[in-house]
Design a binder for this molecule. Structure first.
Ligand SMILES: Cc1c2[nH]c(c1CCC(=O)O)Cc1[nH]c(c(CCC(=O)O)c1C)Cc1[nH]c(c(CCC(=O)O)c1C)Cc1[nH]c(c(C)c1CCC(=O)O)C2
Length: 368
């Protein structure tokens, strides 16, 4: 089962000859590659986390960053939603700030708040203090991925990282921000410093993703969660080149690349151009409209509003049907939420959604 776990198979081997039924031939990877499959695959952003009582139990006395650095905990937490919901993919339990901390930035993840940075980035000296990382700086992630690939068998594991803009926002603001005002002030006022910062973050992100690919992940997702705060022109000028650099650096990795942000309806064309195989879409843009903007050569992922999971089941069911129907306009569709699972979500509803997506998409036969 763990045949691929320790290999660093090149692009050609993975592209041309996936083991039949193995993770590279799974419904999830096939949909990412715009190939037909037995059903529409489904997983949920933030599926590993606070909506699960078994997660809360394991995290009771362990800090967030510490839990991300313990391969045994990472493995267990990553597997919990796979066991419970029978999703088509696992996503590595980690956080977007893990590689930044490994690069020497003093930060913590504060419960209920998110990442908090001790000394926000203001100068070129601050940027230069963000060290390039190697496998040894994140050996716990390498180990966790290898353990997970062995445990998961035919279920693909998604690796991930934060994109330069979203990481830069935490580093410049010092924590979560609604307006990204300090970030934008630096971007507009000191464009050279901005590009130096994003260039360094792109390097760290690419190195981090390459460690995950070498350890055996079947796909990667680049989260640019807060890119939707930008106009398309500013996105193209200040952000796209850096994200495109990360995605291009993975072109020979042989695994599909997913690129996701929130509130990115106006950016979908540009985000597609950044070079991903799959573009994540939030709930604001119907998938057929999104496909019109992204074009026929990329798959889409999404896009159930996470708040719909609090509605009565018939409403959930109607929304799942609508999204599957609109997803048929795309050359490949991975069912997901439009953003992460909210902590108050009833996990049983997630399990029912997985079963419904599988049942409806297998019946319609359009993917198989
Ligand atoms: C912006 C961002 C972050 N982290 C992440 C993003 C991009 C995705 C998104 O847009 O949601 C990515 C992330 N963070 C986490 C995962 C795990 C894998 C998964 O299940 O998707 C992933 C993919 C664990 C986590 N990351 C965090 C938690 C909660 C910490 C805890 O359990 O105490 C988890 C499970 C903390 C975190 N980390 C971050 C925030 C804003 C927060 C606070 C959120 C909260 O407290 O509800 C930064």
């Amino acid at each position: 089962m763990a045949a691929m776990s320790t290999t660093t198979t090149g692009a050609d081997a993975r592209d041309e000859d996936p083991r039949p039924g193995g993770p590279a031939d799974s419904p999830f990877v096939r949909a990412c590659r715009r190939q037909p499959g037995p059903h529409t695959p489904v997983w949920f952003m933030r599926q590993a986390g606070r909506s699960l009582p078994e997660y809360r139990a394991i995290r009771a006395n362990v800090g967030m960053l510490e839990s991300c650095r313990r391969p045994d905990l990472v493995t267990e937490i990553t597997l919990q939603p796979v066991r419970r919901h029978a999703v088509d993919a696992a996503i590595l339990f980690s956080d977007i700030v893990v590689p930044v901390a490994a690069a020497g930035v003093d930060l913590d993840i504060v419960p209920g708040t998110g990442p908090v940075v001790a000394e926000p980035v203001r100068t070129l000296t601050d940027v230069e203090r963000i060290r390039p990382i190697t496998r040894d700086d994140v050996s716990y992630v390498d180990e966790a991925v290898r353990m997970l690939v062995a445990e998961l068998g035919d279920t693909p594991l998604i690796g991930f990282a934060g994109a330069p803009f979203t990481l830069a926002s935490y580093l410049v603001e010092g924590g979560p921000s609604r307006t990204h005002a300090k970030t934008k002030a630096l971007m507009y006022g000191q464009p050279e410093l901005w590009h130096a910062l994003c260039g360094r973050l792109a390097e760290v992100t690419l190195a981090f993703l390459r460690v995950q690919v070498a350890a055996g992940v079947s796909a990667v997702q680049l989260f640019d969660s807060w890119a939707g705060a930008l106009s398309e022109a500013d996105y193209r000028r200040f952000v796209l080149p850096h994200s495109a650099g990360v995605l291009a650096g993975l072109a020979d990795a042989g695994v599909p690349r997913i690129h996701f942000g929130v509130g990115t309806g106006e950016l979908l064309t540009a985000m597609g151009e950044a070079g991903a195989d799959v573009v994540g879409v939030d709930w604001r843009t119907p998938l057929d409209v999104a496909t019109g903007r992204i074009g026929p050569d990329r798959a889409v992922q999404g896009n159930l509003d996470p708040c719909v999971l609090f509605a009565p089941w018939p409403v959930v069911e109607a929304e799942v049907r609508r999204i599957l129907e609109q997803g048929r306009a795309a050359p490949g569709h991975v069912f997901n939420l439009g953003h992460g699972v909210l902590p108050e979500t009833d996990p049983d509803v997630l399990t029912r959604v997985v079963a419904l997506v599988h049942e409806l998409s297998a019946q319609s036969g359009d993917r198989g």
